[in-house]
Design a protein around this ligand. Structure first.
Ligand code: SF4
Length: 474
């Protein structure tokens, strides 16, 4: 990524909200209006391209963006240009999609696709439609959502999956964050984990770390230096250096007391507090069980309040069992696919198999622990019939309490290519909204969301398997 820009488009000419344009694209008043296409020039400025409408990609399925299948760009989202790539747009006069390598009015002037990196709580329904030559450099680790322009501003191809303002930047002013950092430097002067979280909050802008210093919702407890997976989109470790990692991985192992000090402080001052092992700046916490187990026991020695959660790859069922014994309240297991070949192609597990992940989920459910799946989605793969059926089959056998629908931060073209190579018969994508609807129909009690819930909101009784719900209404 060369530049990330957030600029109002430079309006060269009339836009698609004009009546003439609406008639050109065959729309009438009251119907959804197509969005104007956005591209970036070499200076990183975002411009509206006269005569072209915005297009979103659902894998190989291209769809015009309009006011009916988009939402106003969520607050805090960012716009990005995709270097070395060409935008795919809808040529209104020609009535077809086209791929442009240069500005149509200024031959030789390069233009680039524009994508949206959307705020937490929103899942992509379409990725930015573009073409990439095989020589193009790897894209940094973001989710590249489709975006366009309409009379009222930028619009994004997303569906909202969580309404909680947990990571709304408007609720996390940096003045309060910096004030919290100063206070906790005085309160926990020797706690290395607290110093680490300062960098997360102040340098990386990590919303979870900011919330810790402000005293809201969920606090992060990074601990693990190592991991037994090699996820293609790992944010904290990229071997080979072709893709920049976005956060430095923690380089020390906090002591159980350091962990407990952070967790207890957060729980003591936040109503319905959550503290979570397993963050973007670490490996997998199961590999740090030797300190996490005693850390959990020390937290619980100090307080019975608060939810102790672990975000994990779920690779080591026996290790996880020991941590549940210590007092974990909930787990969130990251999975990109319920097809073993696709899981393996993305996670590249070392010394474990997808079946071990399933065993962890089943074991935790058997013990009555709240289990969420961190379902890493990408339109064009997640909404294929093969992946949908694999997900529903999983839900039937594993009555988890929640799916956290998350956007996969990875180049969408390369990801779909990778998944197709792993599982050639995926079928034609059916749309992310349709997928959400199908899952909702099949599992009406399954909670959808984005954030780890506090134990006060856990369901009272275990969720029933899908097969036991046959014939029940929503
Ligand atoms: S499981 Fe997490 S820490 Fe491990 S490689 Fe994957 S993303 Fe990175």
């Amino acid at each position: 990524m060369r530049r990330r820009v957030k600029r109002t488009p430079r309006r060269r000419s009339r836009h698609l909200g004009d009546p003439r344009d609406q008639s050109t694209v065959g729309e009438t008043a009251g119907k959804p209006q197509k969005l104007a296409a956005l591209v970036a020039n070499g200076a990183g400025e975002i411009i509206e391209l006269d005569g072209y409408a915005a297009v979103g990609a659902d894998g190989e399925v291209l769809e015009a963006l309009h006011t009916g299948n988009t939402k106003p760009l969520p607050h805090g989202s960012e716009l990005m240009l995709l270097p070395e790539r060409q935008p795919i747009l809808f040529d209104i006069a020609a009535g077809r999609t086209v791929c442009l390598s240069a500005h149509p009015d200024y031959p030789g002037v390069a233009i680039y696709p524009v994508a949206a990196f959307n705020s937490p709580g929103y899942i992509l329904t379409h990725t930015c439609a573009h073409a990439a030559p095989s020589s193009a450099a790897e894209l940094p680790l973001f989710a590249y959502g489709a975006v366009g322009w309409q009379a009222d501003g930028f619009r994004s191809a997303v569906a909202r999956v969580d309404h909680e303002p947990r990571q709304d930047l408007r609720r996390m002013p940096m003045t309060r964050v910096r004030g919290g950092v100063r206070r906790l430097r005085r309160q926990l002067p020797t706690n290395r984990l607290c110093r680490h979280l300062e960098k997360c909050a102040l340098t990386y802008g990590c919303p979870a770390a900011k919330n810790f210093f402000i005293g809201r919702y969920e606090a992060p407890l990074p601990t693990a230096e190592g991991c037994n997976a090699r996820c293609r989109g790992c944010l904290s470790l990229q071997e080979g250096g072709a893709i920049p990692h976005s956060q430095d991985r923690i380089r020390f192992t906090p002591s159980p007391v350091e962990i407990a000090e952070i967790a207890h402080l957060h729980i003591a001052r936040v109503d319905k507090a959550v503290v979570s092992f397993g963050q973007g700046c670490e490996g997998d916490p199961l590999l740090a069980a030797a300190v996490i187990g005693p850390g959990i026991r020390e937290i619980r020695r100090r307080t019975a309040a608060g939810t102790i959660n672990m975000n994990t790859n779920g690779s080591l069922p026996r290790t996880l069992e020991g941590l549940l014994d210590a007092g974990l309240d909930s787990i969130r297991v990251s999975i990109n696919s319920f097809q073993p070949a696709c899981y393996t192609a993305y996670f590249q597990p070392r010394n474990y198999r997808f079946e071990d992940v399933l065993e962890s989920v089943a074991m935790a459910l058997g013990r009555g622990v709240h289990v969420a799946i961190n379902y890493l989605n990408c339109p064009g793969f997640s909404d294929t019939p093969a992946e949908r059926e694999a997900l529903l089959a999983f839900l039937e056998r594993h009555p988890i309490q929640m799916i956290q629908w998350r956007n996969l931060n990875f180049d969408p073209l390369r990801y779909c290519h990778l998944m197709k190579a792993a599982a050639p018969r995926l079928g034609r994508p059916e749309g992310m909204r349709r997928l959400l609807h199908r899952v909702r129909q099949a599992a009406p009690h399954l909670r959808f969301g984005y954030f780890n819930p506090p134990k006060e909101s856990f369901p009272e009784s275990p969720t029933k398997p899908l097969s036991a719900r046959d014939g029940q209404g929503p």
